[in-house]
Design a protein around this ligand. Structure first.
Ligand code: PLP
Length: 452
């Protein structure tokens, strides 16, 4: 088999091994075995090297409308033909970026009407970090700089957004665990950290932790609090009812901006357009990425509440920030088509009322397996937490790689899930069928049983 350029797949694997640095991947793993080349995808399936796999991760939790949509492909081709590129620095725009900013403002929670475009979730969050500094300086409070973030957070891979992450393994290689100006507070992770507290006692303590931290640091020094409504990357940690509204109350009380990182949850993953609706809270700023274009092209957005935008954009202020490909006309066209598909096919409602509840019911059937400590689901995201002892909730040492073994066993049976620490995460496309969920859950049950 050869690709369009004439190189055989084996040659391409060798070229990749020799030249391609993979994100978050040990080079030793790639030296031992060449990368698996995926070269096709349709619906909920990806394929390569003669193998077809049911992708219960929608890539990296982004391919919400499913792979290989003709209307997305046609839109991209038409948009590229019409206007392959133009920038938005200065008072210039393009029709698709203009329309997309309006559509996002229409869908977004009330009052969030100003949109800045970037290319990845990391860039969106990085943009927010600069915006926040700019906001407080414009308000005459330049000392308000400290950012609060939570254990188990994931907000990106740039230097500044890495510093917000909660996974020590991502911080230590860069000396970021002691970064000044970033303060970590507890996550509402009752199953792992609740001890003898009831779930309610635990989330109240987690929220109180934020208030205590603000008081300790002095509210006059605290700029903002970042939250992923669901902490996806670190195991799909789902907030208990009441927690996020309480976080909002605390932030408002101390004049601390609340940033909702809706990179995973935005555009329908939790069964509402935004997780702020699902969990009953309102942020001052939100970031969107993955589901904005279903991963077909790189695009992200920062959405500002009018109260924030009016300060940042006051008078002759200039927000000295932007990317060459901010508001790229082709990316914006694809995002518009993606949202159009979500609307026409009622996919967000489907997640909330049909496939999400089914997903939750089916996955709950795994909870009795000896290896499974907890199954968490919300909309179409799930975390399955593995334990060596169900009663004590003891974990396998991370070095044992138990979750990797389980995901490998599932892969050998044709299903992609994602291991992260002691959790298996699922994040399927919104078009996943009941039958595909049945098949994936059967495979997971086998994989979890085989490993015991
Ligand atoms: N924020 C959250 C909640 C994420 O899950 C991710 C990526 O997984 C990011 C930000 C970073 O997005 P990107 O990988 O597009 O830079």
């Amino acid at each position: 088999e050869t690709d369009q350029e004439g190189a055989s797949l084996i040659e391409l694997q060798e070229i990749d091994q020799k030249h391609h640095i993979h994100p978050f991947t040990a080079a030793s793993a790639l030296r031992q075995a060449p990368p698996f080349l995926i070269d096709g995808a349709s619906g909920c399936y990806v394929s390569g090297q003669g193998i077809k796999l049911l992708d219960m991760m929608a890539g990296l939790g982004c391919v919400n409308v499913g792979y290989g949509r003709k209307e997305m492909v046609n839109t991209a081709a038409e948009a590229m033909q019409a206007l392959s590129y133009y920038h938005s620095f200065s008072a210039v725009s393009n029709p698709t970026a203009a329309a997309l900013s309006g559509l996002i403002a229409n869908l977004a929670p009330e009052g969030m009407n100003r949109v800045f475009f970037a290319n990845s979730g990391s860039e969106a969050n990085e943009t927010v970090l600069k915006l926040i500094r700019y906001y407080w300086r414009s308000k005459g409070k330049p000392e308000k700089k400290i950012i609060l973030t939570r254990d188990y957070a994931y907000h990106g891979s740039t230097l500044a957004t890495t510093a917000l992450n909660g996974n020590p393994a991502m911080l230590e290689p860069y000396g970021l665990e002691t970064e000044t100006g970033i303060e970590r507070v507890r996550a509402p992770y009752w199953y792992r950290q609740g001890g003898s507290d009831t779930p309610e006692q635990h989330w109240k303590k987690a929220a109180q932790d934020i208030e205590d931290k603000i008081i300790e640091l002095g509210a006059e020094n605290v700029a903002a609090m970042f939250v992923e409504p669901i902490q996806a990357t670190m195991g799909a940690i789902i907030p208990p009812e009441g927690y996020l509204p309480e976080v909002e109350r605390i932030c408002r009380k101390y004049n601390v901006l609340l940033v909702a990182d809706e990179v995973v949850t935005g555009l329908g993953r939790t069964g509402h357009w935004f997780a702020q609706e699902t969990f009953g809270f309102k942020a001052d700023i939100m970031t969107l990425a993955k589901g904005l274009s279903s991963g077909y092209v790189p695009i992200s957005a920062v959405v500002l509440h009018d109260d924030i935008a009016s300060v940042v954009e006051d008078g002759e202020n200039i927000f000295q920030h932007g990317f060459t490909t901010s508001a790229h006309p082709v990316m914006a066209a694809v995002a518009l088509r993606n949202i159009d598909i979500l609307m026409k096919e009622g996919l967000v409602d489907r997640v909330r009322t049909d496939i999400g509840p089914y997903f939750a019911k089916k996955l709950a059937s795994l909870a009795d397996l000896p290896l499974v400590g907890e199954v968490r689901t919300c909309g179409l995201i799930a975390g399955i937490e593995l334990v060596s002892d169900k009663t004590t909730r003891a974990q396998y040492p991370i070095e044992a790689g138990i979750c990797s073994h389980v995901s490998q066993a599932a892969l050998l049976r044709g299903v992609i899930v994602r291991p992260t620490g002691n959790n298996i995460v699922l994040c399927p496309p919104f078009i996943v069928t009941h039958k595909e969920i049945d098949a994936a859950v059967d495979v997971l049950a086998e994989a979890l049983t085989e490993i015991e």
